[in-house]
Design a protein around this ligand. Structure first.
Ligand code: ADP
Length: 534
């Protein structure tokens, strides 16, 4: 950034300009008055000369040889000889026209210097007094001059003075010189005041601020000028003290935060490790539980079969055996879910992707679910849109997702209702995909709970759901499996009007990135009830 003139230079320039203008304005009056003063003093000199001359009753004929050119021109001489002196003519005319006028004065510039011409009116009474040698007291006679006293002669004094012109010139020169000196002195004094009293402390303050800007909070300006600048400096220093204090406490907080972060990350590592151990434990325990449970189921099936075949058997025996079988199957299902979730969490669940036909998949699924649906007199119908393509996916895991949707649908649908399975074309992130939806006529899910049903161990705590049992892991597993398959799962439901659970499968398999642990702001804002979860 190119810097213009400094503040001191600007002040100096403005002050100098203002001083010149003010002084020039102040000196213009004496400059003009000077000429007038000199003229007036010349007039006064001429007047005194003329009056002295007249009062002393000079001999009018003895003017020759006098160093001062004094002439007495009588009026009749002017009229008869027609003296061609324009000044005398003009004076005579002025005196004749105005009986109270006693003098005429003029100053003319000539090559030899200033020419001062003075004319004094000598009227009849005055004239006679001068002629009459007895009457020396001219003043007494002169006071008799009155209107009607005719002009008798004009006394003319004409002097050339080089001194007067020189006086004017030299005085003007003095004026200019003293004006210039005054301006220079004023500017110097102003400059000293500006730099010593104002800018020197201001510069110190600025230097301190510059050091603070560079991060040095130990600097203090400590001005001792005893004026407002000292107050400003004190306030600035106090602000720095406060800043220093805040920075120190922030530094201390930062250090303790760093420590906390280290502790947290250590705790996090510990948690992660114990979570992994827990998942490993659950996985191995679940696995170990399945073996005896399968044997219980096998023997329970045998008992049921034997009781069924034995006509004499106590009906209670068959019922008890059937109960053992149902409970063992439920237990196995729960253990399977726990095992799946543990595997997923331990990162041991992977997809084996093959090209799979949607129609075949749905057909197999219907066959598996049919007995369960029939036991509740529920109809199942599948509707596959024409030209549905095969998809690249892990068919076992996709089937597990749909199995969960269907078993929930059967669980929550009223007897005699219909469950529809629909497969339609759609897109997922602008790529071709197939959406498979399970539509039931059950109680539906309240809007505010639709977001949470896909979370682990979430169950809607209402009588109709609690009565159906379950772990609350089914939909969470669906979501995790969908993530592994690059699919999304979602739900559309209105309470009392059934629920539609769907999975959207891309036609071409692509591993989707896992979601970060903390949801981003955009995700928080963009959530909606029917937003797919993957
Ligand atoms: P669960 O093992 O309890 O079925 P899920 O994760 O499969 O666990 O389901 C979570 C909860 O979502 C269920 O407890 C139930 O309240 C609700 N739910 C799931 N599917 C349906 C449905 N088709 N109709 C009504 N509620 C459902």
């Amino acid at each position: 950034m190119s810097r213009g003139p400094s503040l001191a230079q600007k002040c100096q320039f403005v002050f100098a300009a203002a001083a010149i203008v003010i002084l020039a304005g102040a000196l213009v009056v004496p400059w003009l008055r000077l000429e007038w003063v000199v003229d007036e003093s010349q007039r006064e000199t001429s007047r005194q000369l003329a009056e002295t001359w007249a009062q002393n009753g000079f001999a009018l004929t003895r003017t020759a040889g006098i160093p001062i050119p004094i002439r007495v021109v009588q009026v009749d001489q002017i009229e008869s000889s027609g003296i061609s002196d324009p000044f005398v003519d003009a004076a005579e005319r002025a005196f004749s026209a105005n009986p109270t006028q006693t003098e005429v004065f003029e100053a003319v510039q000539s090559s030899e210097g200033m020419v001062y011409r003075y004319a004094l009116a000598l009227r009849e009474t005055q004239w006679r007094a001068i002629q009459d040698r007895q009457f020396v007291d001219f003043a007494a006679r002169a006071s008799d001059v009155a209107l009607g006293d005719p002009l008798r002669a004009v006394l003319v004094i004409e002097r050339t003075s080089q001194f007067a012109a020189g006086q004017i010139a030299s005085n003007r020169w003095y004026l200019v010189v003293s004006g210039v000196v005054a301006v220079v002195l004023a500017v110097v004094v102003f400059w000293w005041i500006l730099t010593q009293l104002i800018f020197s402390p201001v510069r110190r303050l600025r230097d301190s601020m510059e050091r603070v800007r560079r991060g040095d909070l130990t600097v203090r300006s400590n001005l001792r000028t005893g004026d407002e600048l000292e107050e400003l400096s004190r306030a600035f220093d106090q602000m720095l003290d406060e800043l220093d204090r805040v920075q120190n406490s922030l530094r201390a907080m930062n250090e303790s935060l760093d420590l906390k972060v280290v502790q947290l990350s250590e705790a996090n590592v510990g948690l992660f490790e114990s979570n992994r151990l827990k998942s490993d434990f659950v996985a191995s325990v679940s696995h170990e539980l399945r073996t005896p449970l399968n044997s219980i189921i096998g023997f329970a099936e045998l008992l049921v079969e034997m009781a069924r075949k034995d006509a004499d058997a106590d009906p209670k025996r068959q019922r008890y055996a059937a109960n053992i079988l149902t409970s063992a199957r439920m237990l196995l299902e729960m253990i399977n879910e726990l095992l799946d979730m543990a595997k997923i969490q331990a990162g041991r669940m992977s997809a084996s992707v093959v090209t799979s036909s949607i129609a075949d998949l749905l057909e197999g699924l219907q066959a598996i679910m049919k007995p369960q649906a029939m036991s509740k007199l529920i109809e199942m119908e599948a509707e596959v849109e024409a030209d549905i393509p095969s998809v690249e996916t892990d068919p076992g895991k996709l089937q597990q997702i749909l199995y969960n949707f269907l078993s929930n649908a059967i669980k929550f649908s009223p007897p005699g209702s219909t469950i529809r399975i629909e497969a339609v074309h759609t897109t997922l992130e602008s790529r071709p995909a197939v959406r498979i939806a399970v539509v039931d006529q059950g109680p539906g899910i309240a809007f505010d709970l639709q977001e949470t049903v896909f979370e682990k161990f979430r169950q809607i705590d209402a009588s109709h759901t609690r009565s159906h049992g379950g772990t609350g892991l089914g939909l969470a597993i669906c979501r995790e499996l969908a993530q592994i398959l690059g699919c999304t799962v979602g739900l559309i439901s209105e309470p009392g009007r059934g629920a539609t659970f769907f999975v959207t499968v891309p036609v071409l398999y692509r591993v989707r990135e896992r979601k970060p642990l903390l949801p981003t702001a955009a995700e928080n804002d963009g959530r909606s009830r029917s937003a797919p979860m993957g």
